[in-house]
Design a protein. Structure first.
Length: 455
């Protein structure tokens, strides 16, 4: 993988800037269009990007609660004519109502009938599209990853802090009942100190993130390539990178962008730690040599713990492959007393300190009592096309509730910022081959002791 050439500077492009992928300036008068919502007012929602994630998961999740919460779709923007037309037809089919089309996000944000937006565009666009939305006075549901460069992560966090808009990130585990129960159990102290976390995400799908038939349909004259590139370096039009962006840096890092952020986010949530102390990574393209640049197999090892006390902490081992599905999706938290299994939703004494070994050292046995954690939330994106699931549905509902109450949502901006740090550290470890740390004072990723990306 080539060295990261995307600028992560957080200099003052916030003062006056045409935002990536939107064409809307920060001093846009569109913010003045936003009305003050009353308790009984219908919330009208615009959509940035008719993506598969929106179509297959966010749309049905939204519809589950729209009537009760008095939300409805008002408009959809997509710069690709085909996707825009398909999206408008699909929304009419699902909702039974006509929804306005917009050729880009700036056009959508210029409308007076949009109170909030759902950002479901390409990985690298989420943060800047979120900035455009909140700067234009709209609350937002922003799909994960929040950002895969620190510059973008800082921009969106600053924008949300300064505007006070309600922003929910699409790390839906934070709204799932079983994960909330796990958080409570760990916080109770009964589990003991976390000593290790094992995470896997394995599939065997040659077509994962490949869309050859759709690539064939994309013509440059039917979209806006420069607008799609946003704040990434210019390159010639490439329909594969547009449609299959998850396979190509700097548009996505692939496995870390798509899957790792979901699971590493639970570590931050359960422990209160903002980011890893260090990350190392290894992997490669071992089987699917189809022109992709992002790895089909990777393992990352994280050290977590207090920044000022290296005697305390634990290790997280994250492994993922797209070449063999054995192991599938697992999340196992280990303590000296046992295991919290978020695949089976069971707390058990597995691996806990047995009496014979404890007695030999004059210690007491330490084994947790086996019992269920909670009812499992189904369908956490393990299928080829992620369908609506309990967690996504709950995350969408929580956002709707917070738009009305103005309370902080479950997957709030600070949670998104934290997973973005872990993601940027992992990307640096992949691209540099070095041990990566984080400078809290400068909010800077460091690879081998030097700032990353290299100047």
């Amino acid at each position: 993988m080539s060295e990261n050439k995307v600028s992560s500077s957080d200099t003052s492009r916030r003062t006056f800037l045409k935002l990536a992928g939107t064409g809307i300036a920060l001093n846009s008068s569109s913010a003045s269009y936003v009305r003050i919502l009353g308790a009984n007012d219908r919330v009208r929602v615009g959509v940035f990007g008719f993506s598969e994630r929106f179509r297959d998961a966010l749309l049905p999740a939204f519809q589950q609660h729209a009537a009760e919460m008095n939300f409805e779709f008002a408009a959809l923007s997509d710069i690709w004519k085909l996707r825009r037309e398909d999206g408008l037809a699909d929304l009419k089919k699902v909702t039974g109502k006509e929804v306005a089309g917009a050729r880009n996000n700036a056009e959508l944000l210029g409308r007076k009938d949009v109170d909030a937006v759902i950002v479901a565009t390409s990985d690298f666009q989420h943060a800047q599209h979120g900035v455009a939305a909140v700067r234009a006075g709209r609350d937002a549901y922003i799909e994960k990853p929040l950002a895969n460069t620190m510059g973008d992560a800082k921009d969106i966090r600053t924008a949300v802090r300064e505007t006070g808009k309600i922003v929910q990130i699409g790390t839906q585990r934070r709204s799932a009942a079983n994960y909330q129960r796990a958080k409570e159990f760990i916080a109770s102290g009964e589990f003991g100190e976390i000593v290790n976390v094992e995470m896997t995400w394995n599939v065997n799908q040659p077509g994962r993130w490949r869309r050859p038939a759709l690539v064939e349909k994309l013509k440059e004259e039917d979209t806006d390539w420069k607008l799609w590139l946003g704040n990434r370096p210019f390159e010639a039009f490439d329909p594969r990178k547009y449609v299959e962006f998850r396979l190509f840096w700097p548009y996505s890092s692939g496995i870390p962008d798509q899957w790792m952020v979901h699971q590493i986010d639970t570590v931050h949530w359960f422990t209160g730690l903002a980011h890893p102390r260090s990350v190392v990574a290894n992997g490669g393209i071992y089987l699917w040599r189809d022109g992709r640049k992002n790895w089909d197999t990777m393992t990352a090892v994280f050290d977590y713990g207090p920044q000022n006390d290296s005697t305390k902490g634990f290790q997280v081992v994250y492994s993922s492959r797209q070449t063999n599905s054995a192991g599938e999706v697992k999340e196992l938290y280990r303590s000296n007393g046992g295991t919290l299994d978020l695949d089976k939703n069971v707390i058990s004494g597995e691996g806990g300190l047995e009496e014979s070994y404890a007695k030999a050292m004059g210690m007491k046995a330490n084994q947790l009592r086996t019992r269920p954690l909670a009812e499992k939330s189904a369908g956490l994106e393990s299928g080829a096309h992620a369908g609506v699931d309990e967690a996504t549905s709950a995350n969408m509902r929580n956002w709707m509730e917070c738009v009305r109450s103005r309370k902080t949502p479950n997957a709030h901006i600070e949670a998104g910022y934290s997973h973005s740090i872990a993601l940027c550290m992992t990307i640096a470890a992949i691209q540099s081959g070095e041990r990566v740390t984080f400078d809290d004072g400068k909010q800077q990723v460091m690879a081998g002791g030097a700032p990353w990306p290299r100047a």
